[in-house]
Write a protein that binds this ligand. Structure first.
Ligand SMILES: Nc1nc2c(ncn2[C@@H]2O[C@H](COP(=O)(O)OP(=O)(O)OP(=O)(O)O)[C@@H](O)[C@H]2O)c(=O)[nH]1
Length: 412
């Protein structure tokens, strides 16, 4: 899963990297537009302003040159010459404007020359012909217009660059937003998968062990995963199976133990109260079993108990319960059975035990008999404990009357 997450991040990182580079490019575009404005736009603007300020008729300069600026016409010419030099240097790298600036410079030269000629006439006391001032004024307008064209072209170029950079920037912002949304979506998916693959199984394992710790041996962890969690859950469930078996079954005979049998007996009483079908309880005790142990030893006694358990289990239906109730005492619950049918089954069991040979080997031949007490629910008792007591009374009577017989509580 971690490899999958890593693979998912690769395109995101590539997209993010590409987006970042494009973003840097748009910043470059802004900078270039700004540079153009500073290098050319501002000097051109200055020039235009300088040339416009020459609008005072040139023949008035010697007498009424603007006192505020403290400049003479020549000083202005020098200043404009310097600005042209700056502009020529700056525009050498911007081919698109060189022609316009060159034309403006040529026009300016003519303008400056005609201005100086007028000034010279003034200084030497000659009358300045109106044609000369008119030519000066027209030349001033032509120069200003050429610079105006350069200025307008330049700003429309700067505006175009700016707008392109803005558009690119918006597209990159959308791209980066899409990457962000994908990354957040991816994080949610990864988080969800993490929850599915790690947190959920961990929670199931925790709940399983907690319930188990509180004694609920029936709980199983439902995890089908093929990973470590699945293996852990299967081991846990196997352990729970074994513990549940050990808690419910007798280790020597494999029959239900006393505790588990009584639980089922109580369940059956509850069920019978609803269904009103009677059932029969048999208490069975081996006759003179002590002699078996005394004669052949305890291990042989165990062997006999195991074999007898198998025989009892084989004599009843699947729906019936067979338990080991004490040392050599057994108990059977015949579900949905009348006293009559229960007596017949008990008699059949008694005869089977009597005729069975519990041989250990060729040298040790063992025969057994059993005494059986029978009680019927609900005829003989009102609850499970009372029913066991009644069956025990009947068993006592069977023993008392000579053993190897079935006695029903109703007849005792
Ligand atoms: N081998 C073996 N013997 C057991 C086990 N549990 C109880 N016993 C024996 O069962 C015998 C029961 O003896 P008693 O209570 O005197 O009864 P009994 O000899 O069967 O005589 P009655 O019941 O009066 O017919 C004792 O010898 C116990 O040791 C067991 O798990 N294994």
């Amino acid at each position: 899963m971690i490899r999958g997450t890593g693979l998912m991040l690769v395109p995101l990182l590539l997209l993010g990297g590409a987006g970042y580079l494009l973003y840097l490019q748009t910043i470059d575009a802004f900078e270039s537009a700004m540079q153009q404005g500073l290098q050319i736009g501002m000097p051109v603007g200055e020039l235009r302003r300088g040339i416009l300020q020459l609008n005072v008729p040139v023949d008035r300069y010697p007498s009424s040159a603007t006192p505020q600026a403290g400049e003479t016409f020549e000083q202005r010419i020098e200043a404009i010459d310097r600005q042209f030099a700056v502009l020529r240097d700056a525009s050498s790298s911007l081919a698109g404007y060189q022609d316009g600036i060159r034309r403006a410079a040529t026009s300016w030269k003519e303008l400056a020359a005609s201005g100086e000629a007028i000034l010279e006439m003034q200084r030497s006391g000659q009358d300045v012909p109106p044609t000369a001032t008119l030519r000066f004024e027209r030349q001033r307008q032509v120069t200003s217009e050429i610079l105006g064209e350069v200025y307008a072209t330049l700003w429309s170029e700067i505006r175009r660059k700016y707008q392109n950079a803005r558009r690119d920037q918006r597209q990159i912002q959308i791209l980066l937003l899409a990457i962000l949304i994908t990354a957040v979506g991816g994080a949610l998916i990864v988080g969800n998968r993490l929850a599915q693959h790690l947190l959920k199984p961990l929670a199931q394992l925790r709940i399983g062990t907690e319930r188990f710790g509180h004694g609920d041996l029936s709980h199983r962890i439902k995890l089908e995963n093929a990973d470590e969690f699945g293996r852990l859950a299967r081991t846990f469930n196997e352990m729970a199976d074994q513990l549940e078996f050990l808690a419910a079954y007798d280790s020597l005979t494999g029959l239900l133990n006393k505790r588990e049998f009584e639980l089922r007996l109580h369940d059956e009483v509850r069920r019978t109260r609803r269904t009103r079908h009677p059932f029969v309880l048999l208490l069975l005790d081996i006759d003179y079993f002590k002699q078996v142990n005394d004669t052949h030893g305890h291990p042989v006694g165990d062997h006999v108990l195991r074999k007898l358990a198998g025989l009892l289990q084989g004599e009843v239906r699947e729906a019936d319960y067979v338990g080991r109730y004490g040392g050599e005492e057994f108990i059977i619950l015949l579900t949905e059975t009348s006293e009559q049918d229960g007596s017949e089954t008990a008699e059949r069991i008694r005869q089977s035990v009597e005729t069975e040979q519990f041989d250990v080997n060729e040298d040790i031949n063992i025969w057994l008999t059993m005494s059986i007490g029978l009680a019927c629910y609900p005829d003989d008792a009102v609850n499970a404990d009372a029913l066991i007591e009644r069956a025990d009374v009947a068993l006592y009577k069977a023993k008392d009357e000579g053993r190897n017989q079935v006695v029903a509580f109703s007849n005792s």
